[in-house]
Design a binder for this molecule. Structure first.
Ligand code: BMA
Length: 365
């Protein structure tokens, strides 16, 4: 599998090369592995300013980087030089260019702050937040400035690399839940769609980011109709995703949290990925498992017996697991050396169907 990007390609061409590649992988038996923030910190380490090479817990375990690098823009809207998890935006830019130059795929989410209260993304204390930032709303102008901060950063990646890097941009994710200010509890269906369109238009017309691949990713808890309820339209979305986590199962004893029963997670995946597959076909879009994981991965065979065993039946182009925090001992979704699931992850890595960065290496560079 090889990506044929070239710096001579225009932004729309870069986008179509990437979309073709994603569709090709979707319709094959292959799947790319992704990890959020993989290059910036791991379970026991953080990146030092003087580090020249990128480290990754995934690489420490299988000698290869993930094929998909996940990054998050949260706090860019404040003009901060680090994101909400402490990642310097300069490092993020360099990592995106490095990863792209090796043929890897980049996806960017945005846990932006609440534009009305200035609280974090999870601040849902006010209502009609979306409506307040749409044209005519009390916080519209402020929010446009926030969009511009994100647009400026994304544009700076292209300026530094000298080419338009196609990035899977995944704003306003998990909106079918009620934990983010952009969630479905906040406003009417049409408000969310207008927010998406306003964002799409600003990034495209003001910042010229025509190479962005727009990913729509609701979360577990909806059926096919619910998934599509706030769909912005085929012209505004390029990739259909889903966020589904394996939630800790509390057996009633506050000290015992059991992860050994994987059946509910498998059922959730089969139900949700089943209609995601149909939607991909109906809308002619590649489909991806945009976020997942089992926090701490306490079940050692999780990679082969739970995740891969289930997702291999669906035409996904990638699966991305969430970050390995360095400052929260239980908050990790990929293994690190010595982790109980390390061996099983290496088995997952060796499967001919799973793609990591070396499988995508762009030899044309
Ligand atoms: C959440 C957690 C938070 C983090 C946020 C954005 O799922 O990992 O600790 O700040 O994602 O990355």
């Amino acid at each position: 599998m090889m990506l044929l990007f070239s710096s001579c390609l225009s932004a729309p061409d870069q986008k179509s090369v990437m979309l073709n590649m994603l569709s090709e992988i979707s319709s094959s038996d292959k799947i790319m592995f992704g990890h959020q923030d993989s290059y910036f910190y791991g379970h026991t380490w953080t990146r030092e300013k003087s580090d020249t090479l990128f480290r990754s817990d995934v690489k420490d375990v299988c000698s290869d980087y993930p094929a998909v690098l996940g990054c998050d823009l949260g706090n860019i809207e404040l003009g901060s030089d680090r994101n909400l998890d402490g990642v310097p935006f300069d490092t993020m830019r360099d990592a995106i260019i490095f990863h792209h130059n090796l043929g890897g795929v980049v996806t960017v989410s945005w846990h932006s702050r609440n534009p009305v209260t200035d609280g974090d993304s999870w601040d849902v204390s006010n209502s009609s937040c979306i409506r307040s930032i749409l044209p005519g709303g009390s916080h519209h102008e402020k929010y446009i400035l926030w969009l511009d901060k994100a647009g400026e950063f994304l544009q700076s990646i292209n300026q530094k690399s000298g080419e338009s890097i196609p990035i899977i941009f995944r704003p306003y994710h998990e909106h079918t839940g009620n934990w983010f200010w952009w969630g479905s509890h906040d406003s009417e269906t049409q408000d969310y769609i207008r927010l998406w369109k306003m964002t799409h238009q600003r990034m495209t017309t003001k910042w010229g980011l025509t190479q962005l691949i727009w990913a729509y990713s609701p979360n577990l808890g909806v059926d096919k109709a619910g998934y599509m309820e706030r769909y912005p339209g085929d012209d505004m979305v390029d990739l259909l995703g889903f966020d589904i986590y394996q939630i800790k199962e509390d057996k009633g004893n506050s000290t015992t949290v059991s992860y050994t029963d994987n059946s509910q997670y498998i059922r959730d995946l089969e139900f949700s990925l089943g209609f995601l597959k149909e939607l991909g076909e109906e809308h002619n879009k590649p489909v991806a498992f945009t976020e997942t994981g089992s926090e701490s991965i306490p079940y050692p065979q999780w990679w082969s017996e739970v995740l891969y065993k289930t997702i291999r039946n669906y035409p996904l182009c990638y699966v991305l697991v969430w970050r390995n925090a360095h400052d929260k001992p239980e908050h990790h979704y990929a293994p690190y050396p010595g982790h109980p699931s390390e061996e099983d992850f290496q088995k997952f890595y060796r499967l001919p169907e799973t793609l990591f960065l070396k499988d995508l290496l762009d030899t044309t560079k």
